[in-house]
Design a protein around this ligand. Structure first.
Ligand SMILES: [Fe+2]
Ligand SMILES: [Fe+2]
Length: 351
């Protein structure tokens, strides 16, 4: 039997609801946890499944303006089936383009990164800057930049597309625009040519600094090799962040990309942080334990470590290096003072 007081409270709640208001006394404890709680689930996708999906899409899906503009397979987090996103802040997808195809130009408020996995002869044009893709390269598409992908080679090209779609969706500022012309003209400026790197032709009169949109694997790999001679980071091994040399900040305002090497038979210590990371095994094989559950990965496998989950990595091979490429949302957390990190000490992975 309801007490008078309880009934009076319910009457008040109903009255407020009718007027599009609500009393804060209705909040329950689950809405005020001590530790951050996430709906993102740890999960691993096998390369064999991703690759098979790409081949099936290659045979069935054509790309053209006005229909499917991209042939890409999204990784859907089991905790976020309704949104079809990989985490609450990020989307990770694999794209395949065949020789002679053109993924038509457009721009959007979502920021994108590409990490190249297979093929030769493909390129991305971002605002007139033509960047020829090679395996292991990282290519950036900052938000609202015109971009298109084309392929002048022979074998299909496959790359990772990483985007901040769910974050931009949550902020309700998604804008998307098809390019008004057919192709983005390549700017004939030697200053923009990526192969000039940190140099410029002496005849150039431009004082603008080249935008850092293309990180070549040959440079990244060399940096990894040099760093491997030093003491590894306790939680991340031999780890590099792709930085923006113009700002000294992270790769992009909403996304940070990393590459890390785990030398043979090494394991990292256990830690957790309020950023979420999506890892792709570029080569090698290892095990990552997330909240006590082991995820065994081999070349091409991809997995997500949700925020505030304890995790540690180990290279399962005694002879081969393992290299992980990853993307995380730490720049967003750091921008608002919400980044937090905790260490737990030695690894528990028994190999
Ligand atoms: Fe795009
Ligand atoms: Fe971590």
């Amino acid at each position: 039997m309801k007490t008078e007081a309880k009934k009076a409270n319910e009457d008040l709640d109903r009255l407020l609801r009718q007027k599009w208001m609500s009393g804060t006394w209705r909040l329950n404890r689950e809405e005020r946890p001590l530790d951050p709680a996430t709906t993102v689930k740890p999960h691993l996708w096998k390369w064999a499944d991703i690759y098979d999906a790409l081949l099936q899409a290659r045979d069935r899906i054509g790309i053209a303006r006005g229909s499917a503009e991209r042939r890409a397979i999204r990784l859907v987090n089991p905790g976020m089936a309704e949104t079809e996103m990989t985490s609450h802040t990020m989307l990770f997808a694999f794209q395949l383009i065949q020789a002679g195809e053109l993924a038509p130009a457009h721009r959007h408020t979502m920021t994108a990164i590409r990490f190249i996995l297979q093929g030769k002869g493909g390129y991305t044009n971002v605002e007139g800057q033509k960047m020829v893709m090679e395996e292991g390269d990282l290519i950036l598409t900052p938000q609202w930049n015109w971009h298109e992908h084309a392929h002048e080679g022979k074998e299909p090209m496959i790359w990772i597309d990483g985007l901040d779609v769910p974050l931009i969706k949550a902020l309700q500022v998604i804008s998307f625009e098809p390019y008004p012309g057919t192709r983005i003209p390549v700017k004939d400026s030697p200053h923009l040519a990526p192969h000039y790197g940190m140099t410029r032709p002496v005849a150039s009169t431009s004082e603008a600094l080249p935008r850092p949109l293309h990180y070549h694997w040959r440079d990244t790999h060399l940096s990894l090799r040099h760093l491997a001679e030093r003491e590894p980071h306790p939680f991340d091994g031999v780890a590099l962040e792709y930085v923006n040399p113009l700002t000294a900040g992270p790769t992009l305002p909403t996304l940070s990309c990393w590459v890390q090497m785990l030398p043979p038979a090494t394991r990292t210590q256990v830690h957790r942080h309020t950023s979420t990371t999506i890892y792709h095994a570029f080569y090698g094989s290892g095990t990552t334990v997330i909240n006590g559950e082991p995820f065994h990965w081999d070349k091409g496998d991809t997995f997500v470590v949700p925020l505030w989950s304890w995790h540690e990595h180990a290279n399962r091979s005694a002879t081969e290096d393992a290299v992980l490429f990853s993307m995380n949302d730490a720049p967003v957390l750091k921008a608002f003072g919400l980044y937090r990190e905790e260490g737990q000490g030695e690894s528990h992975i028994g190999l």
